[in-house]
Structure formats: C-alpha cells, structure tokens
Design a protein around this ligand. Sequence first.
Ligand code: ADP
Length: 879
Amino acid sequence: MKPNKSLHKHNAGSKFNINGKADNSEGIRIENEIISLAKLPAENPNPVMRLGFDGTILYVNNAGVPFMRTWNISPGDKVPENIYQMISGIADGSYRDIEIECCDKIFSFTVVPIANEGYINLYGHDITQQKLADDRLRFQANIIQNISDVIYAFDLQLCITNWNAAAEKLYGWKERDVIGKSVFEATGTKLDPKKQEELGRVLLEKGIVRTQIEHISKSGSTLYLDSITMVHKNGDGQTIGYISDNRDITDKVLAEKAVKESEEKYRTMIETAQEGVWILDAQRNTKYSNARMAEMLGYEQEEMYGKPWHFFVNEKVQIILDTKMRNPGGKKAAKESFEYTLKRKDGTSLWVIINSTPLYDHEGSYSGSFSMLTDISKHKKAEDALAESERRYKELVTNAKSIILKQDARGRFTYFNEFAQKFFGYTEDEIIGKTAMETIVPKTESTGRNLIKMMKNINEDPDKFSVNINENIKKNSERVWVEWHNKAIFDQAGNKTGLIAIGIDITERKKSEDALQEARQMLNIALENAGIGLWEWDLQTDEVVWDEKLEKMFGLKPGSFGRTYSDFENLVHEEDIPHVQKSLKNTIEKGLPFETIFRIKLENRKPKYISSKAFVNKNKAGKAVKFNGVCFDITGMREETEHLLLALNEELLRSNKDLESFAYAASHDLQEPLRMVISFTQMLEKYYKDKLDETGLEYIHYASEGAKRMYDLLNGLLDYSRIHKKGKAFNVVDINQVLNTVIKNLSFKIEEREAVIKIRRMPVVVADESQMIQLFQNLIANSIKFSTNTPRIDVSCRSDNNHHIFSVKDNGIGIEPQYFDKIFQIFQRLHVRRKYEGTGIGLAICKRIVEHHGGKIWVKSEQCSGSTFIFTIARMSAE
Ligand code: ADP
C-alpha cells in the first residue's frame, strides 16, 4: 500500500478527520460489530490491536502477540513505519482493509479510527487461504487467457459461454461474437452425425472425450485439432456445461498428410518401377522386394519376404556383395554398382546390375541395404553372342584356307593370316610392316607385265581393282598365280586407311587353263582338217548359229545361213526330215543323246550324207534349252562302207546258207546210220547178253548211251537248222493256247516235280505257232529242270508299241552273270550231264526263234534266287 504523504503531515500533531464516513449506517454497523467483538478481545482468535494516532501500540490481544514478535516491538512502542503509513493513509476517516503478513500468513485488518477517543482499532482475520484461492483463480484465468491451447466452454444448450484468446486467434472470432452461439457454428464443426453421437455418448459416460477433429475458421480455412472435451460440473456435482481444450495440430496433420502422400507416391513408384528394388535388414533378410524384383527372380512378392539373401545370391557372390554392401569399418560406405548373377527360383541364373546403398539407423549403425537391380541378361546374352561371333570370325580368318591380309594406307602389311604365312613362307615378324613389292610381288611377271605400276594402282584405288589376277613370288622364289579380291577400308571419318585382300592360289587352275587353251587350238586345227562343222541351237529363241565350215559343208556361202531351225530343215532331204525330227524330239523329251544321219539336198548333185551329234544343255528345272552340235560329211565314207557291207553281207549270207544246208544235211543224213548203230547195239545187248561178260555188257551200255546222246544232239541240231529253213508263214497265234499245249506236253515232268506254273494273261500275236510252242516249252522245261526244290514258275507278258515282252521267271538254281551270254550259244552248258541232263541246244534254239520273230532274248538272275528269261517278239501290223 502506498503511503499517503499528506496524511503523514497531518499525522504530526493534528487530529484524525473522521467526518463524513463516521455517520454512515454501514460504518455504524461495522463499528457496533467491532465493539461487541472488542468486548472479548482476549478470547478472540483473531488478532485485535489498538494504536494511538501516532502509531503507538496501546493494546494487543493474544492473537496479536505474534505481530509484536515479528515487528520486534512491545505494546507502548510504535508500529513499524510501513504499517503506520498504511494506517495513516486512511486516517482521513474512511474505513479500509489493509493486509499485513505475519508468520507466513496473510491477515486482513479492518482499520477503524475512533476519532473521538483518539485511537485506531485494528481487527484482523487470517485470509491466507482465501488469498491463495484468489491467486489461484486469478492465475488460472490468466493461464486460460494466455495459454496457447484453444479453450472454450459451452453450456448444456451447446452455446458458447467462454472463448479464450487462443480460440479468438485460431478461429478469427472474437469472444463477443460467439458467446451464446452454438458451439458447432462457432467452431465450424464438420462432424458426421454418427460420429457426433458417438462422441457425446463417451463424454457422458466417461466425463471426458478425446478426438481429432476438423473445424473451419472464420476465413474458411480447415483446422485440425486435438480436442479434449470434458464435462463441467458445479460444486454440487451438477453438470452445468462442457469445457473443450484443443490443440491446433493443423500443421502437423498437413505435414503428415504430405508425408503420407509422398510416401504413397514413392511406394507406388517403387512398386511399379521397372527396376527391381530389394531392401535387406541388418541380418540380410528380405525386408521388401517390389513386384519387378520378385518377377525377375521368379517368385511371388510375399514369398520373398523374410527370406535370407542366400536364397537369391550364390555363395561366391555373397562374399563379394557382403564387403561391398556392408560397412565393415563403421564409416558409411559409398553407393556401389556391380554386375552379378542371382539365383532364380527355377535354379537358373540371372545377370543383373546391382546399385546398392547401405542403410544406417539414427545412431549411425548399419541397418541393412537398399538395392536397385537391373536385369541385364539380354544385354549379357547379346554381349556373349557378340564375343562368340568375334571369336568365330577371328578363328575363321586365322584358320581360313585362303590368303587374308591387310595393308595400311602406305601399303605396309598390318595383318597376314596363318595360311598366307605358310603359303608365302614368311613368318609374321618377317612380313608385318613390309610392303608387297618388298616381299610377295615380283617387279615383273613371267608374262612380262610390270607389276610395280599394278601395285601402285591397286593401293591407290583398291575398289577399282576389286578382282585382280597376278603372279606372286614366295620367299623361296617360287612363282605362283593368285586371284586377289581387294577392298578398301575406311576409318569412321571416311578416310581410306588401307585395304583388305583375300587371295586364292590359282596356279594349278592357270596351268590347266593354259593347257585348255592349247587343247582348244589343237581342236580347232583338228576340226578344220576333219571337215567338222559346229552348230548351236537356242531352243528358247530358235536361233541357230553355224560356223563357216558347216555352211561350206551344206554348200552355202559364208554368212548366208538363215539362222533358224526351219532354215536348216529346208536344206534336209524330205525323206529324212521325219527321222531327224524324231531324233531331236527324243533328245528334248527323253534326254537321249542326239545322234543322227541325214541327207542334204544339193542342186544338180547327188545328196550328201551328214552325220550329226550334239549334246543338250538343260536349265535348272531340267528343261532342254540349247543344243551344241557337230556335223561331219560321211558321204565318201558311206559309199565305201556300203560297198564293203554289201560284199560282206553277200558273203555272209552265202556262208550261212552253206552252213545251214551243211548242218541240216549232216544231221539229217547222219540220223539214218546212227539209228542203225542204235538198233544193232540194242540187238547185241538183247541177243548176246548171256554170252558177254560184265565188261562186255558195260561197253555195250556205253555204246548205246553214246549213240542215244548223239541221236539227241543230231535231232537238236536239226531242229536248230530248221528254224529258218522250215520257217512257215506267220499266223495269228494265241499265246494262251500255245501255253496250254506246252503244259500238256510237259505234264509228266510237271507232275513228277510237282511244279507250280502261274500263267498271266497272254496276248494274241503274229508268229510261227510251232516255234512259239518250242520256245516256251524249252524255257519252262529248263525252269523245271534247273531247280532243287518245288519249281514255281511265273509266265507273264507286257506290251509296248513295238514289242510284246514275255518273261519266264523261276525259283531255280540261278545263273552267274558271267554266263548270261554263253548259255545262248549252241552246245554250251554249265553243268555235267550227270547232274542235269541236256544237250546245250535248247536256249540256242530259243534265241534263233526269238530273232526269227524280230526280237531279243536275255536272262536276269541272281544265283540261288532263280532266273528270269525275258524275250521280245516284234508286233506285226496284222495284230
Ligand atoms: P540244256 O538245258 O540242254 O543244258 P540249254 O541251252 O537249254 O541246254 O541251256 C543251257 C544251259 O543254261 C543249261 O545247261 C543251264 O546250265 C543253263 N540254264 C538254262 N535254263 C536255266 C534255268 N532256268 N535255270 C538255271 N540255269 C539254266
């Protein structure tokens, strides 16, 4: 309390002025009360004091004694100056309460000046507790006003009753704006009714509810609050409203939201990344793997979770990765990138690039690793393929059986493959860096060509001389011919850096080409002298080219031939045209060699005989496209041979005739005496049987056997020579009938050997019937005879335009190929008579009959698998 100076002045000897207040009724009431109290001052538990106007203590009750001690005075002394000042300040007559502290307590003294008595009474009571409560209240009000928490209260009608400064600041509403308004309106609550109901229920049940809430400020911005609302009760425990304490967490919520969003964003990014993402914990167990990572390793994402890394990394790589991913020295390892193989679920390996970063917790300890993996298996495969192709290419060039070399721009060898080294006889050291002129190219070729100039040209423009044949020289001075294929090489900027050359040794080819050249010249001379003309006929363009010799042969002037096929045909004798056409047709269609003789018409002269031969060229499809042929004049030759032939023929005919007549006569005439020998030998045997000894009988037996055989031979010979002689005019003969007769004639043998004879459909032919019977009979009889097991014989026939082709097939002993011709000669047999009976005439007769019918006979056989006799009979126009 501030001392009043004017009162102090007044205090010096002047009286208290108590006018004015002394007669007011409140004053009287209090005074009376005090008076009554003063009557019992000693019992009063509250301190009571009486002072003189000068501050002297006139009286003090028991409860006031502690003040004396505190002030260190006794009654009769003056109160301390500061106390006196408080009292004198009210000495103007008004009542006042003053506060005095004593013994850690606060006392309120009512100062009552009793002016007319000349003293002042002080009635005190302990207000320590009340004071503390007041302070607390004041303090709390202060706190509520100044606290950063947003605090407001609302009554049971949910209308705002209190609204602190923080609320004003946060919501933008002043307290006066919101008092009495609905709490929802004031705070802009956006709560769905269900949640609101729920919160209300909890609040009523528990008296307090905490929730995170979204409000709208006056300016319309969204606020996030951590809100505690509690029930407000009065002293009687009655609910009188609610107090809500809110903390603004808008920034935190927004930051959290932002973090969540960005986390979401990164998670999506990682999850959908094209790279594999793999997070391991400190123990190397999989903490996370994104979809791509799982896919790369062939797992489901969940399958990988928690699995230790050695599931996916083989041991060798583990060791390397461990040192790279971990941080052994405690220092933070740098980000690492390396290429390794991982183990896929199916056991295969996967090549990846791993970008790995070690992870550390907030204390700096290693907590795992974050790795990004890129699948480079395709790239690796391509790399391997490239390396392989390079290796193969190198191998190819090194081991090639061709000379391969490279020269730089100045013509010095930079590469010389192994083959080239061997071929030319130089080692790599000897040749690399040297020029061709210094080593493998002679100055002058054996043809006399200057090679210095040639090399200069090639080096200047290899592509212009891309193919070049020249003579080369080996280290041992041997000369060789090489066909070179040159190609210029350029750097990336397009500058010529040299050439690459591939060489083929053509020395041998060159030699044979030279020989061919010589042979060609010789041939020309020969053609010239032999009177051979050359021709060519292109079937596609019908162009016919003749050389001069041919034109001369045909009586034409050089260059006057018309150059088409019909121009040629016009020169051929009409009668021979069909025959020439047929030959050409056979060659074109059947691929037979072309060889023909025709006559050419010459004015006023005898026709010339021309022999022509040709070969035909075919295209890829096998079609004839071109004839290359020769013609030679055989007129002179022909005339000569014709004469000779005629003479020979006549001679032959005559001699044949003689022979035939002789054979016929001999066999015929010998038959009679032989028959006599036979009958007399038989008689000798019959009548002198008893008179002869065993040897005599044996001799007779041999004689009769020999005679019989001779008889057979003579008969055969007679048959043989009769074939021409007795040949009747040909008739229409049904071979089916012929074979019936043959089967009948051979029935005994057939039955004896149980032969099976299969006869297919036979044609009707124009022939000598009895000869046909003989022919088939001989063949079938042989088939039965020359077999060791049950004979099976197949007789068949097919026909073409010109012939009937018969075959008699058996399952007999067969014939060795070297005897295929021999067996058709007369008296030729392959076996002794004891084994297979016979005279050796049968097949000779068959041959004669067949030839008599314009055909041929031959045999096909393999030993032990039977024989097939095939013969043809010319078809007659009468058929
Ligand atoms: P022959 O039958 O009287 O001996 P051929 O002139 O008929 O005389 O036959 C000549 C030879 O040809 C026979 O001795 C025999 O060696 C052989 N030959 C003929 N036909 C057959 C056949 N079907 N199978 C095996 N050999 C045969």
